[in-house]
Design a binder for this molecule. Structure first.
Ligand code: FPP
Ligand code: MG
Length: 305
């Protein structure tokens, strides 16, 4: 179960713990033991991601993930996969206890992981309750609601968590890095908008998964933009077809997206989001903070998968 679900991703999150740690330690020696601990936390982030995706695929009724059938779709697994997700999560706590219980920052790191688990689950709840079908629900979608969902479901664990782990490992106090956190949250929102775009427009062979956002009635970046720019007729098509499983309805939503030039709109959004992030990063006084943020942004800018 671990071999099936933990490897196979891009490892951006896990490697960011190590990259950030090395940038924070620039100028001073990193011992083999310290490097090992950064790797432990990097893998913990990847286990967290594996747990979140395993469970998310059950909730979203997804088919494939990382170029293979979703774990719960295997005939011998089914809903027993929920327990596998819980096991992955429990082992993070064990790994952290095993390697960090004697450290002065053990309470801080334990609290960080607990808080991030809560924030991610709350984000997932917001994501899921936005999918109640129906015109009334769709009419409520807007960019503020969208930002709230993805800040919690994606940004905290994917962007803030790896850097916060590196900070604690290097002896820093997290309360001194709230600006860094806010920029990472913003980067996570940009990242999830890319995920939403790719869900609809990318080749499943490239992203390793088949998108389900339209079928699942998700509050995705695309539907929020579409509703904001559509005329009355187009809104009617969206209301009638969004959240339906049949391929004719999905095609109608996709062709409305095309008529509205959502691909171009997304490309403009990417440029704006990127420039805004670069400006915020360059305003940071701390050189290491700047480098950490730049290295993270480089990993995701204009990504195709
Ligand atoms: C993918 O989003 C899923 C998430 C970003 C988070 C899912 C979170 C949970 C299931 C709660 C997990 C709780 C703990 C404690 C680990 P998506 O469906 O938009 O992306 P996708 O296209 O990759 O499926
Ligand atoms: Mg999903």
């Amino acid at each position: 179960m671990i071999d099936y679900n933990v490897p196979g991703g891009k490892l951006n999150r896990g490697l960011s713990v190590i990259d950030s740690y090395l940038l924070l330690k620039q100028g001073s020696e990193v011992t083999e033991d310290e490097f090992f601990l950064a790797c432990v936390l990097g893998w913990c982030v990847e286990w967290f991601q594996a747990c979140a995706l395993l469970l998310d695929d059950i909730m979203d009724g997804s088919h494939t993930r990382r170029d293979q059938i979703c774990w719960f779709r295997r005939p011998e697994v089914g809903l027993r996969g929920i327990n596998d997700g819980i096991l992955l999560k429990c082992h993070i706590t064990r790994l952290i206890k095993k390697y960090f219980r004697e450290k002065t920052y053990y309470i801080d790191i334990s609290e960080l992981w607990n808080e991030i688990a809560l924030q991610t689950s709350l984000g997932q709840m917001l994501d899921l309750i936005s999918t109640h079908n129906g015109a009334d629900e769709l009419a409520k979608y807007n960019i503020e609601g969208y930002r709230r969902i993805v800040k919690y479901k994606t940004s905290y664990y994917s962007f803030y968590l790896p850097v916060a782990c590196a900070l604690l490992l290097s002896g820093a106090k997290l309360e001194n890095f709230s600006e860094l956190r806010d920029i990472l949250i913003e980067m996570g929102i940009y990242f999830q908008a890319q995920d939403d775009y790719l869900d609809c427009f990318a080749n499943p062979n490239t992203i390793g998964k088949i998108g389900t956002d339209i079928e699942d009635h998700k509050c995705s970046w695309l539907i929020v933009q579409a509703l904001g720019h559509a005329n009355i007729n187009q809104i009617e098509v969206l209301l009638k077809n969004y959240g339906k499983k049949d391929s004719t309805s999905v095609s109608k939503v996709k062709s409305t997206y095309s008529t509205l030039d959502l691909k171009d709109m997304f490309s403009e959004f990417e440029d704006r989001a990127y420039n805004h992030l670069v400006t915020s990063i360059e305003a940071q006084h701390d050189r290491a903070v700047q480098e950490i943020l730049k290295s993270f942004l480089k990993k995701i800018h204009r990504r195709k998968r």
